[in-house]
Design a binder for this molecule. Structure first.
Ligand code: ATP
Length: 451
């Protein structure tokens, strides 16, 4: 009983009143259908660790789709479902205010505290027909549903229906491992079933400042070659999650220490000397003078910059192979390869006039240049890149294509040559006024047309 009170209080503290009311409304409906319903996994773990999150998954011991349909009928919204997996999504974005009206609760409820949608999942068991395959799914009890999860710390469930409200179900020793600060798999074939769990183990270990339990660590060392069989998309997804952690550097150090990166690709390593650069691109404000775009292709810019900092220092052959292995987007691959080549060539730009620098860098993606600056801050190359991105890149002559057209010059490649010559003259300080530009323009037209 004291434990139940404790968890009821924790739920109350963690969730905005409207979310809590929603949880109770769903639990009430489940209870009416005699369906046990639980919040599970990361939400419960974080509740115990006092790092509450507000997003929860609901697992129903029975037909979650039927429950979602009953909620839809009673309260509105829209249900989409996957009968193969027994999962339903109840979309409530459009009915938030109406829902607030209908929910019985004390205190002030705010529609904006409600989520856009909720996932209701039927408890299920999964079988792996062969290692690393996607699992086959069957209906099951909450206990078995929890057993298919990655680590004991993620197997806790908090029951919500009727008199069971706020009762903790701890079938697999999760509470004990949270207390002991241990990341432990549930069975010895866990990493064989899903090798990406090795990356998840490191992520949770570093996030919570836990330790991977010793037998689990041993299973990892035996299984790490299985990462070779995992698809690039799945690996990249896990690496993206690691890069989005509060302290990605410690997780990368640990992945390196455990030889998990070289298991992904033999050339892939993490070198702690890049830590400052990674920190800078992920956590610090990006230099506004650079006007860095918010995304590279459709990838959020910080994530793209993290890969750039990580992979640009590799030899081009290695980084090309790693890009392929991780199925990085073409935009990102191009930026990484441009960066690789620039690392070799940049020293030659020292002492060159600005127009030479611009001619060389014009094609380079700005995020790649920014990553290089973060990797070698303060040196001469970095100063050149800074001036390029913040000043030189923007220098344009006053003359443009319309001016040339108005002067009666036949459109063609000659336009580009003239405009570039004018731009180069501005860049190198050979002209500094409209008059000087006009004089040079006349001279250029004369020579270009003579040619
Ligand atoms: P986070 O705080 O990073 O969101 P989470 O524990 O909520 O962590 P999710 O990736 O959202 O993690 O997964 C939800 C739940 O699904 C987890 O608690 C975990 O038990 C389970 N899970 C996720 N991925 C796996 C996996 N590869 N193998 C087994 N269980 C998994």
């Amino acid at each position: 009983q004291p434990e139940r009170k404790n968890f009821a209080d924790r739920l109350e503290k963690a969730l905005p009143p409207a979310r809590l009311a929603l949880l109770k409304t769903i639990a009430e409906e489940a209870h009416r259908h005699r369906l046990p319903i639980y919040v599970v996994g990361g939400f419960v773990r974080d509740l115990i660790l006092e790092r509450p999150s507000i997003d929860f998954d609901l697992v129903v011991e029975g037909d979650a789709i039927a429950l979602a349909r009953a909620l839809e009928k009673k309260y509105g919204g829209k249900v989409t479902s996957h009968s193969r997996f027994g999962t339903a999504k109840w979309q409530i974005g459009a009915i938030r205010s109406a829902l607030i009206e209908k929910m019985k609760a004390e205190g002030e409820l705010r529609a904006e505290d409600l989520p856009d949608s909720l996932d209701l999942i039927s408890a299920r068991t999964e079988f792996y027909n062969y290692p690393t395959a996607l699992p086959t799914v069957e209906r099951g009890s909450i206990k078995l549903d929890l057993h298919r999860r990655d680590f004991t710390i993620n197997t806790l469930a908090l029951r919500l229906d009727g008199r069971h409200y706020a009762t903790l179900y701890d079938y697999w020793g999760g509470m004990n491992d949270i207390k002991k600060k241990l990341v432990r798999v549930l069975h010895s074939l866990s990493f064989v079933d899903d090798p990406t769990r090795m990356l998840r183990a490191v992520r949770f270990e570093q996030r919570f400042n836990f330790r991977i339990e010793s037998r689990t660590l041993q299973l990892m060392s035996e299984a790490h070659d299985l990462l070779k069989q995992v698809s690039g998309d799945r690996l990249r997804h896990e690496l993206d999650l690691i890069l989005a952690e509060e302290n990605p550097v410690s997780a990368l150090n640990r992945l390196e220490e455990l030889n998990l990166l070289s298991a992904i690709h033999p050339d892939l390593h993490w070198d702690a000397s890049k830590s400052d650069a990674l920190w800078r691109v992920l956590k610090e404000p990006l230099d506004p003078a650079w006007q860095i775009p918010e995304s590279l292709g459709n990838q959020p810019i910080r994530n793209a910059l993290a890969y750039l900092v990580w992979l640009i220092p590799f030899p081009p052959v290695s980084s090309r192979a790693i890009c392929e292995r991780l199925k990085l987007s073409h935009h990102l691959q191009n930026a990484i390869l441009a960066g690789n080549h620039l690392m070799d060539e940049l020293p030659q730009l020292i002492g060159q006039p600005p127009s030479r620098v611009v001619a060389r860098l014009e094609e380079a993606p700005i995020p790649a240049l920014y990553a290089i600056v973060c990797l070698c801050p303060g040196n001469e190359i970095c100063q050149i890149l800074n001036r390029y991105a913040t000043e030189w890149q923007k220098v344009q002559p006053l003359t443009d294509g319309y001016t040339l057209h108005a002067m009666g010059i036949e459109p063609g490649p000659v336009y580009r040559r003239i405009l570039w010559a004018l731009r180069a003259a501005w860049l190198d300080g050979k002209i500094t006024s409209r008059e000087q530009e006009n004089a040079l323009l006349n001279q250029l037209i004369y020579t270009q047309i003579i040619q």
